[in-house]
Every structure is written in structure tokens, then in C-alpha cells.
Design a binder for this molecule. Structure first.
Ligand SMILES: Nc1ncnc2c1ncn2[C@@H]1O[C@H](COP(=O)(O)OP(=O)(O)OP(=O)(O)O)[C@@H](O)[C@H]1O
Length: 452
């Protein structure tokens, strides 16, 4: 039918198309995904949805009117001569499986988003429970419930883990009190905005990536008009490299108590300033009176709460109360906390549990003991806790990040070395506010007290 030359030509065109496609996918995977991979995946996903939903037990049984075709053997004389079958159409109520209705699938850099209308009686959790099954059925790396509204759920699927290689963080300074230490699982930047979530708890076993995250944050904050204060009871080994950019660094328990007292005193002054000007927070003060924001970093919180002998008991109690006050009042008065720890357990005393409840931002790296994971994320979505327990040791820097709105993400910090953070601290040492200028000590009467 075809001559040999035509066949060779067709074969050559086919080879050229396949090679071109492979080269396209290799050298510009994003455009290949958007133009070829995603449309094919979308068609396949819609075509197989009924079957996938049924296998994942997401369908509901409904009775519907349907025309059915029944085959009826003919009995009597006619049947003896040959097997005769008559087909009759019937309208009758039959049981069918109804899959939740799919909305419009949309591509993203790393996968797709798919809104789904819930069947009656379904809740978003039904989808969260079968997310792993859906991921396998859709040949995706992971499927997560991203968002839900009454009667609707949005699933996000990622083709491959975007946290395997995290691009370096852009060194240009972000907005005030905002840093981008890495990326989220959905491929978006991981943004820590202290104005929105003022206090953070970073948990993680040794070598899980806590210091790297802290490096990224210090590097991000160093060029900003922000004062940094450090508490490092591991002898200062963690935070000393950045001391030139810090207004103060406490490395002993008594120094911690002194610095915390100073911060609480400054809080009281800021509170009085706000009262005098009739405003609710320092951001509403006239610009010339607005104090510099303070970010206090506590490394290895367990050291602050450990009591070796009776003499330390009072200092620990003071530390605990001061940290709690800062956490309670800091947001309005521009004092923010980052509390890091390998182990955060209730055995450290009630002060730790009370403090935790005030630290609304949580970052849980790989941890060794389940209690630390539970302390960090246990009061949030149980799925976040499961995800934290599943972080493998081979991926340091991967963490579960939860914000105050209850949503959580897998994320990974970009590899920021101590040298990178130290270089940023040195380059911005001129922005360091001396401790004596930062905190106002001494009594400060609130306006009402003066009137009294
Ligand atoms: N985001 C990351 N990407 C790639 N590698 C990372 C990342 N974070 C950490 N690492 C690797 O893991 C090692 C340990 O990380 P890091 O020092 O931050 O852990 P840590 O939790 O602070 O440990 P420790 O408590 O012992 O100081 C780093 O030297 C680095 O090689």
C-alpha cells in the first residue's frame, strides 16, 4: 500500500518528533509539562475518575431511573427448534455509584490543583484519608487537601518532590520582618512574616536542619532595620558567629535573666508609649516615635528550663515568666520570638507548655522522640503530626510548617551555611542597635497610674 520511501519518511518524522519531545522535556521541562504533559494527564484523570473514586471509596450509592436491556429466553415451541432470545428494554430504578463531581483542573509548576464538589455527607477529611491512594492512582508524588469551603474541597497534587533540590535563597532583602528561608511543597516560597505570625517554635533533632533554618533567617533579617537579641545556653556556639549584628547575646543563665528583664522593661515602655498616644500597637505610633522591632532568638530552649539545683529554680521561674510575658505582649509592641529546641517536652515544666501555646508559628523538623513532635504540632491537624513523623533522616532541612490559621505545609529551607549568615551579619553590622539604646530600663508609670 505504501512504498518503501514513504515508510522511511514517516519513520524519520516519528523519530524526529520523539527526539524533539524528549529534548523539549529535558531542556524546558516546565513548558513541556504545561503544553504536553498536563493536558494528557488532565484527560486521563477525568476519564478514570469514576473508577479511581470507586477504588478509593469516595463514591456514593444512589438509585436512579435507567433504561436496562434484558435478555429473555423464548419458551414454548419456538425454543425447541433453536435457542431464541428476545431483548427487551425496561425503565427501572437501579443502584449506581456516583463519584464526587470534578471541577476545572488547573496546572501548576509542580503538578495540578483540582477542585471537587463533595457528595452529600462527605467531609474534606474523607479526601485527606485517601490522599495516598489518590497519589498512587494519579502517579503523583503526593496529594494534599489544600483548601476547603462548604461543600467543596481543593486537592493539590505534586508530580515529584520539589523539596529534593531547593534553589538558593534570593539575597535581596524582603519586606520588613519578612524572610523567605526556603520553599514549600507546592513550589511556592516559604514565607515567614513576623508581623502576621509573631512567635515561632522550631523543633528538630540534631542534624535535622534547625541551625540551617536559623542561618537563613538571620541572613534574611540582617539587612533589615531590626534588632536581634540572642539567648544561647549551648555556650554561645550557635549564635556567636552573628554577634556583630546582635544587640546582645546571653550565654549564661544569669545573663539570660538580665536580658529578658531588659526586654520586659522595654515592652512596658512601649506599652506606655502606646497608651500615651491612644494607639493599640507600636505600628500606629507616629513614625518618629516608632521603636525598632526586636527579634529574640532562643537556641536550645530546654537548657533555659533545666533545673540542676535549687539555686537555679528561681532563675528558671523568672525566665519562664519573662518569656511568657514577651510572647503574650510582644506582637503589639514589636518584640518577636524564635524558640528552638531539640527536645520540647512537658517534663521541662509547665512553663514550656504555657510558652508553646503562645508560639503560634511551628516548624517541626525530623525529631527523635514522639513527644517533641506532639508538643510542636499535636494541638494542630493530626495529619501534620503524621507528616512530621515521616520525615526521613536523609533530607535534613525538611520540616512541617504550621501557621496560626491551622494550615500546614511540608517545606525545606535552602542550604544557608553559617558562613553565609556570618557574612550577612558582618556586612550589616552598621545596622546593629546597641543594647543600651534598645531597651529603656527603670520604672515607667503608665498614664493612668500618673493620674492616680
Ligand atoms: N535545607 C537543607 N538543605 C540541604 N542540606 C541541609 C539543609 N539543612 C541542613 N542540611 C545539612 O544537614 C546538616 C545539619 O544541619 P544543621 O546543622 O542545620 O542541623 P541542626 O539541627 O542544627 O543540628 P545540631 O542540633 O546538631 O546543630 C548540615 O550541615 C547540612 O549539610
Amino acid at each position: 500500500m505504501f512504498d518503501k520511501a514513504t515508510l522511511i519518511e514517516a519513520l524519520a518524522v516519528l523519530v524526529a518528533v520523539v527526539a524533539g519531545g524528549l529534548a523539549w522535556r529535558r531542556f524546558h521541562p516546565l513548558s513541556f509539562w504545561l503544553c504536553v504533559g498536563f493536558p494528557a494527564r488532565a484527560v486521563w484523570l477525568y476519564a478514570t475518575w469514576q473508577h479511581v473514586a470507586s477504588a478509593c471509596k469516595l463514591t456514593h450509592k444512589r438509585r436512579r431511573w435507567r433504561v436496562t436491556l434484558d435478555s429473555v429466553p423464548v419458551l414454548g415451541a419456538a425454543s425447541r427448534e433453536a435457542t431464541a432470545i428476545v431483548e427487551r428494554r425496561h425503565l427501572r430504578r437501579v443502584e449506581i455509584e456516583k463519584a464526587p463531581r470534578l471541577g476545572l483542573i488547573r496546572p501548576s509548576q509542580h503538578g495540578w490543583r483540582l477542585p471537587i464538589r463533595l457528595n452529600d455527607g462527605q467531609i474534606p477529611d474523607d479526601f485527606a484519608k485517601v490522599a495516598e491512594r489518590l497519589a498512587h492512582a494519579w502517579r503523583a508524588h503526593a496529594v494534599r487537601v489544600l483548601d476547603s469551603k462548604p461543600g467543596k474541597v481543593v486537592l493539590i497534587a505534586t508530580r515529584k518532590d520539589p523539596l529534593v533540590t531547593v534553589p538558593p535563597v534570593d539575597p535581596t532583602p524582603d519586606d520588613l520582618l519578612t524572610v523567605r528561608p526556603g520553599v514549600l511543597e507546592n513550589g511556592r516560597p516559604w514565607v515567614i512574616d513576623f508581623k502576621t505570625v509573631p512567635h515561632w517554635l522550631f523543633a528538630g533533632a540534631t542534624q535535622s536542619g534547625k541551625s540551617t533554618l536559623l542561618n537563613a533567617i538571620i541572613r534574611g533579617l540582617a539587612p533589615q532595620p531590626v534588632a536581634l537579641v540572642g539567648f544561647d545556653l549551648k555556650g554561645g556556639v550557635e549564635l556567636t558567629p552573628y554577634v556583630v549584628r546582635m544587640s546582645a547575646l546571653a550565654t549564661t543563665r544569669s545573663a539570660c535573666v538580665r536580658l529578658l528583664d531588659g526586654l520586659v522593661s522595654e515592652l512596658t515602655h512601649r506599652m506606655a508609649d502606646c497608651r500615651e498616644h491612644g494607639v493599640r500597637n507600636v505600628w500606629r505610633l507616629p513614625e518618629e516615635l516608632r521603636p525598632i522591632p526586636i527579634v529574640a532568638v532562643v537556641d536550645e530552649v530546654a537548657e533555659l528550663f533545666l533545673i540542676a539545683d535549687k539555686a537555679e529554680k528561681e532563675e528558671v521561674a523568672k525566665t519562664s515568666v519573662a518569656l511568657l510575658r514577651i510572647a503574650q505582649l510582644g506582637r503589639a509592641f514589636g518584640v518577636y520570638l524564635i524558640v528552638c529546641g531539640q527536645r520540647i517536652g512537658s517534663d521541662l515544666g509547665p512553663g514550656v507548655t504555657a510558652l508553646r501555646s503562645q508560639l503560634s508559628g511551628r516548624v517541626c523538623h525530623r525529631v527523635n522522640d514522639p513527644e517533641t513532635a506532639a508538643m510542636t504540632l499535636g494541638d494542630m491537624d493530626p495529619a501534620a503530626l503524621e507528616a512530621a513523623r515521616a520525615i526521613p533522616a536523609e533530607t535534613p532541612g525538611v520540616a512541617i510548617v504550621a501557621g496560626s490559621d491551622g494550615s500546614w505545609h511540608r517545606a525545606r529551607s535552602a542550604l544557608t551555611t553559617e558562613a553565609d549568615a556570618e557574612a550577612a551579619a558582618r556586612a550589616n553590622r552598621h545596622l546593629t542597635t546597641p543594647w543600651a539604646h534598645l531597651v529603656r530600663t527603670g520604672p515607667r508609670a503608665l498614664p493612668d497610674d500618673q493620674a492616680a
